[in-house]
Write a protein that binds this ligand. Sequence first.
Ligand SMILES: [Zn+2]
Length: 315
Amino acid sequence: MKNQLIAGFLVIFLVLAAASGCIGPSEDEHEYEGESGHDHENSAAYTALNDSALKQIHSGEKILVAVSVVPQAEFVEKIGGDKVIAISMIPQGAAHHYDPSPRQIKDLSSAALYVQLGSGEIFETMHMDAFGQLNPAMKIINSSTGIALIVSGNTTDPHVWTSPKNAQIMVKNICDGLVEFDPANATYYEQNRDSYLRELETLDVEITDELSSLSNLNFMVYHPAWSYFARDYNLNQIAAEIDGKEPTPKTLSAFMDMAEENNITVIFVQEQVSTTGAKAIADSVGAKVFVINPLAKDYVNNTRHVSELLAENLQ
Ligand SMILES: [Zn+2]
């Protein structure tokens, strides 16, 4: 059964790889160039600032706040309300090695604040110095101050936002930064912060309730973006990914064994990633594949959705 599944996967894998013209090692070599593969497609997801937004920013009516990932833009807007405009430098679905488009760089030059993840995010390691040179007046806020980072080897896991417990800390840090920059509106920001913190606390309680009585704590995910979520709700995230790539026919067999050993019933894949390998693993152990998005804008509902999928399907 397993061998048949791997053989089936191999055929589909080769057809897809040949059709997309990305078979062989050349794909990896292009990953850092920014103009190739998924990064290029994803630049379309960035919505450039329009003329009226630029006018409001340049007149001082609104504060332009740049962030690294989309959930941070949601946090900034929840706190800043109608006083801010947020842009995300890593658009929906883009990879950690994303290179911003010229239009993003142009918009960034008008930003007053940059909210960093500050969690060892490779995008920031690659680009923050250049962003600072481009816009030296831009103030930098570290949204991860006070978060216990997950360390593996000499790197840290950058995906801090996926845990609502961390999100609460990030929201407080962002509010502090906004208040420092624009003290005249401190009360407005602090009231918005407190009302969003109540939403995040409710979410945290819901998830804790929902996931605390599970007997199976293991879930599998292609790109391990949910380490902080797993840590904070006592789950066990198992990554079916090596070096940021989908399983190849060679690694697929090992992932099938891993899925079986860990009684996997849920496999998460990200949007814009092929589900072929995940389906092959799922078929081999009778698990279900769900497409989820760790970079969704509607943070509260998206995180609730992920928790519900786990609560309903971890058996
Ligand atoms: Zn990631």
